[in-house]
Design a protein around this ligand. Structure first.
Ligand code: SF4
Length: 217
């Protein structure tokens, strides 16, 4: 079977590539990961959830997203691992890219930092496959996320990146349904300080109430 046909079949049937039995799922938040976690469990994979998001600003928002994600993962019986929260490292990674629009080079640097840490954790813990929730949102450029994921995994022999389109096969709808069912916190911005500023600029132009978060700290 050609590689493309095989890949399409794997996505339709949701089969992990290369017969992997376990996967490290990089997660940005509970709403984006809820449906993916359930789908991975349904096909019998051993799932570890890796919450690695030093981009989230401020810390109170980070803790809100992390704790909600942890509660839901643990309820599903999934091992939840939180990487260190290192906002200084994140600001360093995106230095000079502050004014980039969403989907631009700042986002590539942001994805790469998080997915690189994910691939490293997978290599250290002998997990052969990583994937991420980052591309499930329609606000994200899936090809951009996948390029960063592939590059990150390529640096760690024995780790593959699963470029599954989680929006397909009803995934986008499932994400919405689970968020509603679980009453997840509704996020108003992607996560970083600059996306918060962008959101508030957009809201101010339309006379809408601003998202109130501290910009410092
Ligand atoms: S907009 Fe989102 S993906 Fe882009 S840099 Fe900010 S947090 Fe990262």
């Amino acid at each position: 079977m050609g590689e493309n046909i095989k890949k399409k079949a794997e996505q339709r049937l949701l089969v992990a590539p290369h017969g992997a039995r376990s996967v490290l799922l990089h997660s940005c938040c509970a709403p984006c990961s809820g449906g993916i976690m359930e789908a991975l469990l349904e096909i019998g994979l051993e799932v570890t959830l890796f919450f690695c998001n030093s981009n989230i600003h401020p810390r109170s928002e980070y803790l809100l997203r992390k704790e909600e994600n942890q509660r839901f993962a643990e309820r599903l019986g999934i091992l939840f691992v939180a990487a260190d929260y290192l906002p200084d490292l994140w600001f360093e990674a995106v230095a000079g890219l502050e004014q980039e629009p969403e989907r631009g080079r700042r986002c590539s640097a942001c994805f790469s930092l998080r997915l690189e840490a994910t691939a490293r954790y997978a290599a250290e813990h002998h997990i052969p496959l990583i994937t991420t929730t980052l591309g499930i949102s329609r606000w994200k450029d899936l090809a951009q996320v996948d390029a960063c994921g592939r590059q990150a995994a390529a640096r760690y022999p024995g780790v593959d990146y699963w470029d599954c389109n989680w929006r397909k096969g009803g995934g986008a709808q499932r994400m919405i349904e689970i968020s509603r069912r679980e009453g997840f916190y509704h996020q108003e911005y992607c996560g970083c300080r600059y996306s918060l500023q962008e959101t508030n600029r957009w809201r101010a132009e339309r006379g809408r109430p601003l998202v109130e978060r501290e910009l410092e700290g």
